[in-house]
Design a protein. Structure first.
Length: 223
């Protein structure tokens, strides 16, 4: 929760340029009002019209239907239980939250945010308690916490690539590959897969995106 009592955020992403606008909101049903603000800004600042909107099927987007129909905006929604269909937004949202899992090892201060300056304390700064997206220390802190968590659980990292981890359980084994804010899990049996996923979920704020179909441009074909 932010200092202003905002517990959620909603993002609007240009599908071509990937320009992203983030709005902090207190309740999920405020997403529609934020969209109206975003639409107004696009029209006034860029002299453009929003022609298509893509979202998932969560309840906060129901209000968009009638408005989009009235404004001749095509409202696309993802299929049920398929968040990866809206991959651009899903990945952006994960990126905004992933690095917050990292703990800071040194003291870092920042100036007070515009609009949040405390009256009479203009010269004071804020001390960060958690990592903040955009800090140059982010990747180091995130990988450090991830590495420590897996090593304690019995994983070992590869000498060839410190982002690849392996754990042996009797005759079976599991491999976990970390790439930025994505994790790929490869196992020899379902039991160790579900145990590993349950362990990771208990330690990190994460979402299961289902079976992988493409990794770094390489298409995976299963037989």
């Amino acid at each position: 929760m932010t200092r202003g009592g905002k517990s959620y955020f909603v993002t609007f992403i240009d599908d071509y340029f990937r320009y992203t606008k983030v709005y902090l909101i207190q309740h999920k049903n405020e997403a529609f009002d934020m969209f109206l603000s975003y639409k107004t800004e696009v029209e006034n600042q860029l002299n453009r019209k929003i022609k298509r909107l893509r979202s998932d099927r969560d309840g906060e987007y129901i209000l968009f239907n009638d408005f989009c129909e009235k404004e001749s905006i095509i409202h696309e929604v993802t299929l049920p239980y398929s968040p990866k269909s809206n991959g651009v937004a899903e990945r952006k949202n994960r990126t905004l939250t992933t690095f917050l899992n990292g703990n800071l090892e040194e003291k870092i201060y920042m100036t007070q945010l515009e609009g949040c300056v405390v009256d009479g304390q203009y010269n004071k700064v804020c001390k960060l308690l958690k990592s903040l997206y955009g800090l140059k220390e982010d990747p180091k802190q995130w990988h450090g916490k991830f590495n420590e968590t897996l090593l304690v659980d019995g994983f070992s990292s590869s000498d060839a690539d410190r982002c690849v981890y392996t754990k042996f359980v009797n005759d079976d084994h599991v491999n976990i590959c970390l790439y930025a804010d994505d994790m790929f899990i490869f196992c020899t049996c379902n039991d160790i897969f579900f145990k590993s996923k349950s362990f990771l979920t208990s330690k990190f704020d994460m979402k299961d995106m289902g079976e992988t179909s493409v990794i770094l441009g390489v298409k995976i074909i299963r037989k």
